[in-house]
Design a protein around this ligand. Structure first.
Ligand SMILES: CC(C)(CNC(=O)c1ccc(Oc2ccccc2)cc1)c1ccc2c(N)nc(N)nc2n1
Length: 341
């Protein structure tokens, strides 16, 4: 064991303190440290890392913002495909989906009572994260579900995405794949458009376009200023079948929180399609007060056993459906869009 110099000990202590403060602030929405204290400790860490560059590690808070713009993004293959969801536009179509998955199961196995997880469908962009020995090694766009773009440098600037997983109390898992949605809170979206209006730049039509436009930025310093946020919703441990770490989607969401991810707390465990329909109707009005845009509810059969029995069609999982709301996006008024001529 190499003797840790006092600087190395201090760097490690600063990293731990700053990561805990950042996790509390961005993931738990419960700050534990004054901004001025955070900034002072951050500057001390930067000075020590500049003085002793070999003490820098990829999960250091100072490594969230890249120093120079990328020239392009490389295309990468997802280890596990990202499937898209079949749509339903009302409760009748939701009931149709329930009939279909029940029919698909061999007749002798058609469970009467099943649990569903109802998750808000956030109006952002899907993101696939890969962690190696607990450290974030890749962030990629969905692309066509099989191939996406490597945007790791931009992903590292999203404060609610952990650079290192929190394994405490969990077995150290070599490879972890996490999927979720990058989104922009409405308030931040409005601020970005106000800045663009002042700068005479074209406005983003809606938060989803603003997210897509930001993730395509080659300069991660611009991404860092856009305050993107992230909700995780899928966890895969390649090699171990998902059931060994969690048996249900609900347990997977809890495990994602323990690992250090933000998970939307509006998710609901429903014991019947009727409860799903109630939640869908409740959220249709509730979402108007929400700080971020949602365009539907994603309904999933809760147990992985049932998910595995149902599997996938060519494009969709049979065990999930996106229950959409009527598109309420008021078209952006023309006079608001300045086109750079
Ligand atoms: C259900 C799933 C499609 C994710 N799941 C997967 O992508 C997925 C992929 C391979 C799986 O199993 C395999 C594992 C290894 C090999 C092949 C399949 C299981 C799930 C999905 C898609 C979009 C979502 C969204 N916008 N919001 C929320 N809240 N949830 C969402 N969930």
């Amino acid at each position: 064991m190499i003797q840790m110099t006092s600087e190395a000990k201090r760097v490690e202590e600063l990293r731990r303190l700053l990561q805990q403060a950042s996790y509390a602030y961005y993931v738990l929405d419960a700050p534990v440290m004054e901004d001025t204290v955070y900034d002072r400790l951050y500057r001390e860490l930067q000075e020590l890392e500049t003085k002793y560059p070999d003490l820098v590690t990829p999960d250091s808070p100072t490594q969230r913002v890249g120093e120079r713009p990328a020239t392009h993004f490389t295309s990468v293959r997802h280890n596990i495909p990202l499937y898209s969801l079949e749509n339903a536009f009302n409760v009748e179509e939701l009931q149709g989906w329930e009939q279909r998955w029940r029919r698909h199961l061999t007749p002798q196995y058609s469970p009467v009572e099943v649990d569903y997880v109802a998750e808000l469908k956030i109006d952002g962009a899907a993101l696939a994260l890969t962690y190696q020995n607990g450290v974030l090694v890749r962030g990629a766009t969905r692309g066509d579900g099989v191939m996406g773009e490597d945007i790791t440098q931009n992903v590292r600037t999203i404060r609610s995405i952990p650079l290192r997983l929190n394994f405490d109390g969990l077995e150290n898992i070599e490879k972890v794949e996490v999927r979720g949605e990058v989104f922009l809170p409405l308030e931040v979206f409005k601020q970005i458009n106000e800045k663009r209006q002042k700068a005479g730049e074209q406005l983003f039509a809606n938060p989803r376009n603003a997210v897509a436009g930001t993730l395509r930025q080659l300069d991660s310093r611009i991404v860092a200023q856009r305050q993107l946020d992230f909700f995780a919703y899928t966890l895969h441990i390649p090699g171990m079948d998902d059931a060994s770490i969690a048996n249900t989607q609900w347990e997977a969401l809890e495990l994602l929180q323990r690992l250090g991810f933000r998970v939307d707390t509006n998710h609901r465990l429903c014991h019947s399609i009727r409860e799903v329909a109630e939640y869908y109707q409740y959220w249709d009005t509730e979402r108007l007060n929400s700080p971020y845009m949602t365009d539907g509810v994603v309904v999933k059969l809760n147990t992985f056993k049932l998910q595995e029995q149902l599997g996938f069609t060519q494009k969709f999982p049979r065990w999930a459906i996106a229950l959409k709301y009527a598109a309420e996006e008021a078209p952006t008024r023309v006079e608001n869009i300045t086109v750079n001529v």
